[in-house]
Design a protein around this ligand. Sequence first.
Ligand code: ATP
Length: 215
Amino acid sequence: MQRPLAIFGGTFDPIHNAHLRVAWEASEALDADVRLLPASVPPHRDQPVADARQRAALVRAALVGQARLTLDTRELQREGPSYTIDTLLELRAEMGEARPLVLLVGADAFAGLTTWHRWRELFDHAHIGVLTRPGHDGAALPTELRTKIASRRCADAASLRESAAGRVLPIAVTPLEISASTVRAILASGREPRWLVPDALFADPALLAPYRTRA
Ligand code: ATP
């Protein structure tokens, strides 16, 4: 079985060190390459402060110099909302049927999975890696989701190599209390989010400029 490919989506408005740390820990836990996919029109969220091109530039700058985490801009290039099911179908068509594909989602997002577009089909095309933060109890799962995953749960990363899709694995990640909202608030108030975002984001003043003025 081939090495898994994992995908980690988000608004990344802007990308910060907790995103990077989580993606890195998942990459190590799964021995997988991880693609970061900025979402263009997140169906569940307010519109981002920075536009698609600016957020992609931030992710690109954050990832310079290492190979295991890469930027995938497909959701920014697509018209309309970024539905995960469409992304999985596209990736599956590119990768073929055999390679394990792992959708990484935070425990809170996972608890809301039944609100996602065509959520039941997600399991047909990918495994789901649920990013759990020790000490943070995830939200309770709705009955329908509990039933759906009952026979899919697994406890070790090796299980995800036995098939291309369909399993659910908790992945413990280090809790880091950083959020994009905090980074935006710091920038909007004229301060610097040093050590909350990678140094590379300060190298070009244009990168964080969208957040420096209040909307
Ligand atoms: P905002 O503050 O604007 O809500 P955010 O920091 O949560 O943004 P997103 O782009 O919404 O950033 O997050 C993308 C993914 O990263 C989500 O799956 C989210 O659960 C995860 N994530 C965000 N912050 C952290 C964190 N501090 N630790 C672990 N995972 C995180």
